[in-house]
Write a protein that binds this ligand. Structure first.
Ligand code: FAD
Length: 293
């Protein structure tokens, strides 16, 4: 199907973008990579009067270091993050997870801001951002605000962003040197959205005990889920395989997966536990700890 008719606006600067959002925001949709928006238009699930294509807005592109944070502009494409040495060195979990997004063709067009703004609970980036306790910077003509993932992601494909606002940048905290990490996911076919996914970052003490665990689970709930009790349970303990198994399955009753033709509710719930066990095991091993049988 072809998209419905719309007016096409292509700003050349960030300031111009904010002006257009101020003027047309209520009837407009921002287009970054178009990898989710174009299908929505074609299926007539979205019928904006204006499309604001931000592909030429240089101020929204790029990756930089700022104290303890890697700051990624909203219009930065997935492929540029995937190939970034800075991200590889300071936030390798992001590289590991981003490779699961669709296929190379999709990652060469899709953007960080678009993935976050789209708010799909099965998408990789919201899950990683939530696990790492990152932040989303939102701008409008009048103000700039910074939100946590909990404040930003409200429900399935629903975020707190207003029509006159834009995801300006996404802030990923640098990972502690030597920490272990893993991103695990199962999809029906390579490149599909996840049936379930988990992102994990682990820090170990010199003694081998777990110092800190950061976890997010995606695909099961309307927004990425942080199993806080599990994180607390792991701290200060020896990462023995039986401990990891116990941790991985301890909060599954707080997941709310919906059953469909791709998998029952029970299957998705159990899958989340299996993936968390695998991710924790890999992350501990990467952090230099041996997981004892
Ligand atoms: C075949 C296929 C498979 C895919 N598989 C995956 C997958 O496995 N995992 C995954 O995460 N994604 C997947 N995607 C989606 C892809 O990652 C998209 O790139 C991403 O969801 C949206 O990014 P985009 O830049 O293309 O955004 P767009 O499609 O341009 O926009 C998406 C939505 O976000 C809004 N938006 C865009 N940018 C901004 C901004 N800066 N500020 C505010 N609002 C904004 C738009 O108005 C629109 O509502 C897949 C897509 C396809 C076509």
């Amino acid at each position: 199907m072809k998209p419905p008719k719309f007016n096409y606006l292509r700003p050349n600067s960030f300031e111009e973008t904010l002006d257009l959002l101020e003027q047309y925001g209520d009837d407009a949709k921002i287009m970054s990579g178009g990898q989710s928006l174009i299908p929505l238009l074609n299926m007539r699930l979205s019928t904006p009067a204006y499309i604001i294509d931000i592909g030429r807005v240089k101020e929204l592109q790029g990756i930089r270091e700022e104290d303890d944070v890697i700051v990624i502009g909203g219009m930065t494409r997935h492929v540029d993050v995937e190939r970034s040495k800075l991200v590889q060195d300071k936030c390798p979990l992001l590289i590991e997870g981003i490779r699961w997004i669709g296929h190379a063709q999709i990652r060469s067009r899709g953007t960080i801001g678009g993935s976050i703004a789209h708010g799909d609970p099965s998408a990789e980036l919201p899950c990683i951002l939530t696990a790492l306790r990152g932040e989303i910077v939102i701008a409008s003509k009048d103000e700039e605000i910074t939100l946590t993932p909990e404040e930003f992601f409200l429900s399935y494909l629903l975020t707190s962003i207003e029509p006159h606002q834009i995801v300006k940048e996404v802030r990923f905290p640098k990972m502690v040197k030597g920490s272990g990490y893993a991103f695990e996911e199962i999809a029906r076919r390579s490149g599909d959205f996840a049936l379930a996914e988990v992102a994990v970052a682990i820090e170990l003490e010199k003694s081998g005990m777990i110092k800190d665990a950061k976890i997010a689970m995606g695909g099961a709930n309307p927004v990425p889920f942080i199993p806080e009790e599990t994180e607390e349970f792991l701290k200060g303990k020896n990462p023995h395989s039986s401990l990891i198994k116990e941790a991985a399955f301890m909060q599954l009753d707080e997941l709310e997966p919906e059953g469909d033709i791709h998998g029952t509710e029970e299957y998705r719930r159990n899958l989340s536990g299996v993936l968390l066990e695998r991710a924790l095991t890999k992350a501990v091993a990467k952090a230099g700890g041996g997981v004892l049988a």
